[in-house]
Design a protein around this ligand. Structure first.
Ligand SMILES: *Cc1c(COP(=O)(O)O)cnc(C)c1O
Length: 220
């Protein structure tokens, strides 16, 4: 079986120029993260606040931490000191809380709106209408310490590549059309799409951030 560093080298080699790799480290022990770090990986994705915090505390400080899982408002404070990008924003309420904690820490926190693009039922993600409501919201202008820098989405869990591709194309279409809402707090520049099973399709369809776990660290 290829090692973590071999997997990362292979992935990095295949990246498009505009695409960055986020190593999804959820459930993996600190030793595995250190091996990835030694292989040059400096962007880690976690989906649970507590796990992200405990790993962040013991690992090198030049690592970027990406929150890719559902984030509850009452837990924002634990990651607001260090988180690089929150991929999973799905309400104005959460944006307000991130802004509040960002102010306390005297920083600006970048966020992505998580869009619901899959055909299957999942709990999380915004519809186009809901996202527009947030982008158009008069409250957004007063949230000085957050910035919406793009969109995140997950395709259906299927081996039908045509379905996956059309879902990614749909997300890319929204990403482009939302550029008309750009303002001091909105800039559509990051498109977080693609996981171990579908990152190649995602890159072909314009992804700028791929979130890859099991193809690096093995199955969970
Ligand atoms: C777990 C997870 C990933 C990585 O999944 P793999 O199939 O292991 O690459 C990507 N994005 C999100 C939101 C996840 O929760």
């Amino acid at each position: 079986m290829p090692s973590i560093s071999e997997n990362i080298a292979l992935l990095e080699k295949g990246l498009k120029q505009e695409t960055k790799l986020i190593a999804v480290t959820k459930t993996k022990p600190v030793e595995a993260l250190l091996e990835a770090y030694s292989a040059g990986s400096k962007r880690f994705g976690e989906n649970k606040v507590q796990e992200m915090v405990s790993k962040q505390e013991v690992l090198p400080k030049d690592i970027e931490w990406h929150m890719i899982g559902h984030l509850q408002t009452n837990k924002v404070k634990y990651i607001a000191t260090f988180v690089t990008l929150v991929h999973s924003v799905d309400s104005i309420k959460l944006l307000k809380e991130i802004n509040k904690e960002a102010i306390k820490n005297n920083r600006t926190i970048d966020c992505l709106l998580q869009m619901y693009i899959a055909r299957e039922e999942t709990k999380f993600g915004l519809s186009e209408e809901e996202a527009i409501e947030i982008l158009n919201s008069s409250e957004l202008g007063s949230l000085e310490n957050i910035k919406i820098v793009g969109l995140m989405g997950m395709a259906s869990n299927t081996d039908n590549n045509e379905i996956i591709r059309s879902e990614f194309q749909g997300l890319k279409g929204l990403f482009e059309s939302f550029k008309k809402y750009e303002s001091a707090h909105i800039e559509m520049k990051e498109l977080s799409m693609g996981m171990s099973g579908d990152y190649e399709i995602a890159m072909e369809e314009g992804s700028t951030l791929i979130r890859v776990g099991s193809a690096i660290f093995g199955s969970r």
